[in-house]
Design a protein around this ligand. Structure first.
Ligand SMILES: *Cc1c(COP(=O)(O)O)cnc(C)c1O
Length: 387
């Protein structure tokens, strides 16, 4: 049978195994599974449900919209959903009523959250900007935020669940200085009589490499998806498995003469008589034009280089005299077990981080879920059954 034209296979068993392993490493520190950006292109709902089934109690969702979406498919209150990037006009009522944990990046946001309190107390994580200049308040604004939070706690409107920061993941010294600033902010909160039950600062890389940055909880996306960001370290070095395999099928095969120009602009010419195989995946799907000359894909365990320009919907590989046929499976990246590159190796070859590749996989590439989905809640979700 011919392989599908294009598909991203998401191995939820691998995801679960990565979760188990990472939780073991981090123990007793809590692991939040970050599922923002459609779980880095792997799909919000199935990945979030798989994480919950694996025993994850915290999901990092980025937006309130994602949080409400997960609540609507049955992710209950026992699972904490942390959203920290808010539309400036967002009405927080639904978020508060749905028990969503809200990151706070300023006094104004805190006031708007408190004003939205109706049935339930708002759960907030106060953000400290320790030098990334993204979320949270600058250190000079921190005492005022903590003081106001204290008042709102006393008024019964707000529960301060946590104080958090996010690191620049730069030099060891710079990150240590940022964590010192974070500790300073915690100290200020303490002096103001504001208890901070949970402290969280580290994403995948610092959590892996700097145990002293783990505090009470780490927020992890890429490690759990098998795309660790530690320089020079592969997923398998760590025992992690890449969760996504990107596949296509050979759509056409053509024999061409020596000297034949290939694809737009004829940037490649065959130096001998050869066979070209067309893979129907282009830059609209995931493969940047810069992949030409840098990436090889695997067909039946053999690697073949991308030749000529990558087009919107397809690219060509030079398969020489090999017996490659229409319908054969072409693996662009995966675990590496069948001769293909991993997405980490794609990142290195293309000078990007692997998340950039998986996040950009276009909507017309179906995500196909394997493994744990077969009998978990995920499969019920995928079949469209109520949760
Ligand atoms: C994306 C993100 C994370 C997860 O980052 P990884 O490096 O993929 O683990 C954690 N915290 C925040 C604030 C983020 O934006």
């Amino acid at each position: 049978m011919n392989a599908p034209l294009r598909q991203a296979v998401i191995d939820l068993d691998a995801y679960r195994a990565n979760i188990d392993l990472v939780r073991e490493w981090m123990d007793p520190v809590e692991v939040m599974a970050v599922v923002k950006a459609d779980s880095y292109g792997h799909g919000l709902e199935p990945v979030a449900l798989a994480a919950v089934d694996a025993g994850i109690g915290w999901l990092g969702v980025l937006t309130v919209g994602n949080a409400l979406r997960l609540r609507s498919i049955g992710v209950g209150d026992e699972v904490r959903l942390f959203a920290w990037q808010h539309d400036p006009d967002l009405d927080f009522r639904d978020a508060v009523d749905s028990g969503v944990d809200l990151g706070v990046s300023g006094l104004d946001e805190l006031e708007r959250i408190a004003a939205a309190v109706d049935q339930r107390i708002a759960r907030v994580h106060l953000g400290v900007d320790t030098g990334l200049h993204r979320d949270g308040v600058a250190l000079d604004a921190w005492p005022a935020l903590a003081r106001r939070a204290r008042e709102l706690v006393d008024a019964g409107l707000v529960e301060v669940v946590a104080a958090y920061t996010h690191l620049a993941e730069t030099s060891d010294d710079e990150d240590a200085a940022a964590v010192d600033r974070y500790r300073g902010a915690l100290q200020v909160a303490d002096e103001l009589g504001l208890p901070i039950p949970i402290r969280h600062a580290a994403a995948s890389l610092p959590a892996l490499t700097r145990p002293e940055f783990r505090f009470d909880m780490v927020r992890m996306g890429s490690n759990l998806l098998g795309m660790p960001g530690a320089p020079g370290v592969s997923a398998s070095d760590l025992g992690l498995t890449p969760v996504m395999t990107l596949r296509g099928s050979v759509a056409k095969v053509k024999r061409v003469a020596a000297g034949t120009g290939v694809s737009y602009d004829y940037t490649f010419r065959a130096d001998r008589e050869t066979t070209l195989a067309l893979i129907p995946i282009g830059y609209a799907d995931a493969v940047p034009r810069s992949a030409q000359g840098r990436i090889a894909i695997a067909i039946d365990g053999q690697r073949y280089p991308i030749v000529g320009r990558v087009a919107m919907d397809q690219f060509l590989v030079d398969v020489g005299d090999d017996d490659v046929r229409v319908g054969d499976t072409a693996t662009l990246f995966g675990t590496g077990e069948d001769g293909e590159l991993t997405v980490l190796e794609w990142g290195q070859a293309l000078d990007v981080i692997p998340e950039e590749i998986t996040c950009r996989i276009g909507g017309r590439v179906p995500r196909v879920y394997e493994g744990h989905a077969v009998d978990g809640r995920v499969s019920a979700y995928l079949r469209g059954e109520p949760q």
